[in-house]
Design a protein. Structure first.
Length: 130
């Protein structure tokens, strides 16, 4: 639970201030842990930031894996993927600011390190079918 608390708090802090403006002490306070606990789980602010950016990719990857697209037409499968992506973003509205901060402060450098291409595999399978 502690690591989840830290990631939740860090996502809020990074969404508001970006990597450059976020402070580990503020994240620790928001997560109700000590800064030593932060460093137990994450070596530094940059590694915590990477984990925060990776988390939504992993969540969507898991949800995509749970979809049963095999029996669907390509059109219906594509609709399911798009619905899932939109619903995921709608459930996490602060993430739009996280993506904005990453793009404006870091030109997407850290986001590119996430395993985003793994999300495309599901889409490519559907497109190859249809």
């Amino acid at each position: 639970m502690t690591q989840q608390q830290i990631l939740d708090a860090a996502e809020q802090e990074f969404s508001r201030h970006g990597l450059n403006g976020a402070r580990m002490s503020a994240i620790a306070t928001r997560a109700k842990v000590t800064t030593a606990t932060l460093h137990y789980y994450f070596e530094n602010k940059e590694s915590l930031y990477r984990a925060v950016l990776q988390r939504p990719v992993d969540e969507v990857q898991t949800k995509l894996g749970e979809l049963n697209l095999e029996g669907l037409s390509p059109e219906e499968a594509l609709k399911q993927i798009v619905r899932l992506a939109i619903a995921n973003e709608a459930q996490n509205p602060q993430r739009q600011m996280l993506w904005f901060q990453e793009a404006s402060q870091n030109q997407g450098i850290y986001f590119k390190e996430c395993n985003v291409l793994s999300l495309h595999e599901h889409l490519l399978k559907v497109l190859e079918k249809g």
